[in-house]
Design a protein around this ligand. Structure first.
Ligand SMILES: NC(=O)c1ccc[n+]([C@@H]2O[C@H](COP(=O)([O-])OP(=O)(O)OC[C@H]3O[C@@H](n4cnc5c(N)ncnc54)[C@H](O)[C@@H]3O)[C@@H](O)[C@H]2O)c1
Length: 354
C-alpha cells in the first residue's frame, strides 16, 4: 500500500505500531469483519476471554459496570455501562457482529440477597437483547440448572434448579432459544487463574479448597459425596472463542471433568501436602450432578481445551503460598459478601439510578 504522503514506511516500526493498535483497541486486520462485545468482560471469566481474543487478534470491546473493581486497567477498548441501561446498549450493540454475554449476578448465595435485583440483572436484559440484537450471541448459563441427580446428564435431561441463580439462568435461556443465532453454554464450576488483571474468585470449590489448604495447612470439607462438573477458566474462554466462528446453536454443556467433592479434596490434599478431614455436618449446598459435554465436543467447540484440575490447584496454591491474595480473604473474592456490602452501602448496582 502506498502511503498518501508518499513517505517510505519503516516496516519494523509500522508492524510495531500495528501491534500497539491491536493491544490498545483490540482491533486487527485479519478478523473478517468480526467485532465482539464482551459484556461482563471485566469479571473472572471475562479476564480469560479477553486474553484469548487479544492472542487470536479478534477485535473486541468490553462492556461492564465494574461491580467488583475500582478500575479496569487492561489495555483494551472499554465501555463503562450497566446492562440495564438499554439506551446505551442500543447505541453500542449495532457496532458488533458478536456478543459474548457474561454479565450477571453470579452464584447461589449472591443471587439470594435480592431476588428482584437478580431478575433485573440476569433475566430482563436478556429478554431485551433477544428483541434488539441481530448478531450472534454467545451466552454463559450454568450446569446448576440440573440441581440434583445421580445420572449422567445431557442437554435434554430434566432441569431441577435448587437456587434462584439457577432459576434466573433457566428463564434467560428460555428467551435466548428463540433468537435465531445463539449459542448457550451451560458451564460447570470454573477454577484456576484467568489473567493478570481480574479478581480471583475464592467462592468456587476448587479455588476455595486449594486456597484454604495452603493458607491453613489443613482442609476440612463437608459432605463430599456430591459430584460436580469442573472446567478451567481458560478452557471456558477457549470454548467461547471457538464458538465465534462455529455454526452451533442452542444449549451445550461445557465442562471437562466430573469429580466428587471428597475426591477433589483428596487430590488437593495430595498436591498441597496438607491434612484433609471430612466432617459429618450436613452440607448446605445440595447440588449433585455429573454432566456430559459430548454435544459440544461433537460440534468442535472443545478444540484446544487443555487445563486439568491439577493445573488449577497449582494456580491457586502458588498464589496462596506467596500471599499474593490477602490471607484475610478480602470480601471482594466472594461474590455474595461483596454484593451484600455494596447493598448495605447503597453502591454500584444497588443505586436507584443506573
Ligand atoms: N465462574 C463460574 O464457575 C461459572 C459457572 C457457570 C456459569 N458462569 C456464568 O459465567 C458468567 C461470568 O461469570 P464470572 O465467574 O466471570 O462472574 P463475575 O462475577 O466475576 O463477573 C460478572 C461480571 O459482570 C459484571 N456485571 C454484573 N452486573 C452487571 C450489570 N448490571 N451491568 C454491567 N455489568 C455487570 C460484573 O462487573 C463482572 O465484571 C456469568 O454469567 C455466570 O453466571 C460462571
Amino acid at each position: 500500500m502506498i502511503p498518501r504522503n508518499n513517505k517510505k514506511i519503516n516496516p519494523v516500526r509500522s508492524s510495531r505500531a500495528a501491534v500497539l493498535r491491536t493491544r490498545v483497541s483490540g482491533v486487527s486486520e485479519t478478523s473478517n469483519g468480526i467485532k465482539v462485545l464482551v459484556v461482563g468482560g471485566a469479571g473472572y471469566i471475562g479476564g480469560a476471554v479477553t486474553e484469548l481474543l487479544i492472542a487470536k487478534k479478534i477485535p473486541f470491546s468490553v462492556y461492564d459496570a465494574l461491580v467488583y473493581e475500582h478500575q479496569y486497567l487492561k489495555p483494551v477498548d472499554f465501555i463503562y455501562g450497566d446492562i440495564r441501561d438499554y439506551k446505551k446498549l442500543k447505541q453500542v450493540l449495532p457496532k458488533y457482529t458478536h456478543v459474548i454475554w457474561l454479565a450477571a449476578l453470579v452464584g447461589d448465595p449472591g443471587c439470594q440477597i435480592d431476588e428482584w435485583m437478580t431478575r433485573a440483572v440476569n433475566v430482563e436484559p436478556i429478554k431485551w437483547l433477544v428483541k434488539n440484537y441481530k448478531g450472534r450471541i454467545l451466552f454463559a448459563s450454568t450446569c446448576s440448572v440440573y440441581g440434583k441427580s445421580d445420572k449422567m446428564l445431557d442437554e435434554s435431561s430434566p432441569l431441577n434448579p435448587l437456587s434462584f441463580y439457577a432459576k434466573s439462568k433457566i428463564e434467560a435461556e428460555s428467551y435466548l432459544v428463540k433468537h435465531p443465532n445463539t449459542l448457550i453454554y451451560r458451564i460447570g464450576t470454573a477454577f484456576g487463574l484467568s489473567d493478570k488483571h481480574s479478581r480471583v474468585r475464592l467462592d468456587l470449590a476448587v479455588n476455595m479448597l486449594s486456597f484454604k489448604a495452603v493458607n491453613e495447612g489443613k482442609l476440612t470439607y463437608f459432605g463430599g459425596t456430591q459430584w460436580r462438573p469442573f472446567i478451567h477458566v481458560k478452557d471456558i474462554a477457549m470454548a467461547f472463542v471457538n464458538g465465534i466462528n462455529n455454526k452451533a446453536k442452542g444449549i451445550h454443556n461445557l465442562n471437562r471433568e466430573n469429580i466428587s467433592i471428597g475426591d477433589l479434596a483428596k487430590k488437593i490434599g495430595k498436591l498441597t501436602k496438607c491434612k484433609i478431614q471430612a466432617t459429618e455436618h450436613p452440607f448446605q449446598d445440595e447440588r449433585n450432578y455429573h454432566v456430559s459435554a459430548d454435544k459440544a465436543r461433537k460440534a468442535g467447540l472443545l478444540k484446544g481445551l487443555k487445563y486439568n484440575l491439577e493445573h488449577g490447584i497449582q494456580d491457586i496454591s502458588s498464589l496462596a503460598s506467596f500471599s499474593r491474595v490477602s490471607p484475610e480473604e478480602s470480601t471482594v473474592h466472594f461474590n455474595d459478601k461483596h454484593l451484600a456490602g455494596l447493598m448495605k452501602d447503597n453502591k454500584k448496582i444497588w443505586k436507584k439510578r443506573i
